[in-house]
Design a protein around this ligand. Structure first.
Ligand SMILES: [Cu+2]
Length: 319
């Protein structure tokens, strides 16, 4: 008797294995095609449908850019994706070609070639060129974001367990602390109405709550088309202030002042979240920014009892 049991069954299993391998390969290829077409084909669609400043259901790609930083980061991300896609397709094609071209049946006597100087130079130089191209684009972008230019106004942000405090040093030290709107408020009509009324009276214009886990009781109010310097710190543990539509993600570190800047080029409400694990309520310290016209910003500052600086004042009347 055969050690492996019935020989016929063994052969039958073998052909079944082959069938399932073919099926898996087919599935893999179909999946790859779907993933590639989803990534590239739906990009435009996702952006067109996307609500500005917040995630969308089944959304793909990055949030729509509302600042030059986010725009340039998005463009760079897209370029990288193309480079990665070309490399992946090339490597896959090469692997399948090699598997077919040098299969055992077609090459009963294996080749003894151990190296080829030309190919070795090519596979060293080409990746270097790819990395240099990536570096030439990414490093200037990184330094451009890192170096704070002449800005029109500053805001100080402090991360706390678990909310954000915002202050406006150029506007008479207006200060506010923004807390997440609890889930219960969204499910209770009168609580929701009360929260919206309070937010509206804080802003000086009508406001509504849009998103569970993203809306806050008060919002950071900023003027549009204004270069804003951000000075960021934390009072207790590490946090990170992140608003994807602005292309900003910066660590808030206790005892240290981190700086960045951005200029929002459209009005609207933009959401972000703390992006550094900071304790049990890390998921409940969102960021809601309302970007308004310079006139509305001046009105809001006045409502808060703040003052406009001479420079910011000139900006607000569009001079
Ligand atoms: Cu945090």
């Amino acid at each position: 008797m055969c050690r492996f049991g019935d020989d016929r069954e063994f052969r039958a299993n073998g052909s079944r294995d082959k069938e399932s391998i073919v099926m898996n390969v087919k599935r893999l290829i179909a999946g790859l095609i779907a993933a590639i077409s989803a990534t590239f084909g739906m990009t435009a669609g996702a952006i067109a449908q996307g609500r500005i400043g917040q995630p969308t259901d089944k959304g793909l790609w990055l949030q729509e850019a509302a600042s030059e930083q986010a725009q340039r980061i998005g463009d760079f991300n897209e370029l990288l994706l193309w480079i990665i896609a070309v490399i992946t397709v090339f490597v896959f094609a090469l692997m399948f070609y090699v598997m077919w071209r040098f299969r055992e049946k077609a090459n009963p006597v294996p080749s003894k070639v151990s190296h080829n100087t030309f190919i070795e130079i090519v596979w060293t130089v080409v990746p270097i060129i790819i990395l240099v191209v990536i570096g030439v684009i990414s490093l200037p972008l990184l330094y451009w974001q890192d170096q704070v230019p002449e800005t029109d106004m500053a805001i100080n942000i402090t991360g706390n367990q678990w909310n954000w405090t915002y202050s406006y040093p150029d506007h008479g030290d207006v200060e506010l602390t923004a807390n997440v709107i609890p889930d219960a408020t969204f499910t209770n009509a009168s609580a929701r109405q009360a929260a919206e009324a309070e937010l509206s009276s804080f802003l000086g214009w009508p406001a509504s709550l849009n998103s569970r886990l993203l809306d806050t009781d008060y919002r950071l109010v900023l003027p549009v088309n204004t270069k804003i310097k951000v000075q960021l710190t934390a009072s207790d543990v590490l946090h990170a202030w992140t608003v994807p539509a602005f292309g900003v993600k910066l660590d808030a570190v206790p005892g240290r002042l981190n700086e960045t800047w951005f200029e929002v080029n459209q009005t609207g409400i933009f959401y972000g979240q703390c992006s550094e694990l900071c304790g049990k309520d890390h998921a409940f310290m969102p960021i809601a920014v309302e970007v308004v016209s310079k006139q509305d910003f001046a009105r809001w500052v006045a409502l808060q009892g703040g003052t406009m600086t001479a420079e910011a004042d000139a900006q607000s009347v569009g001079r």
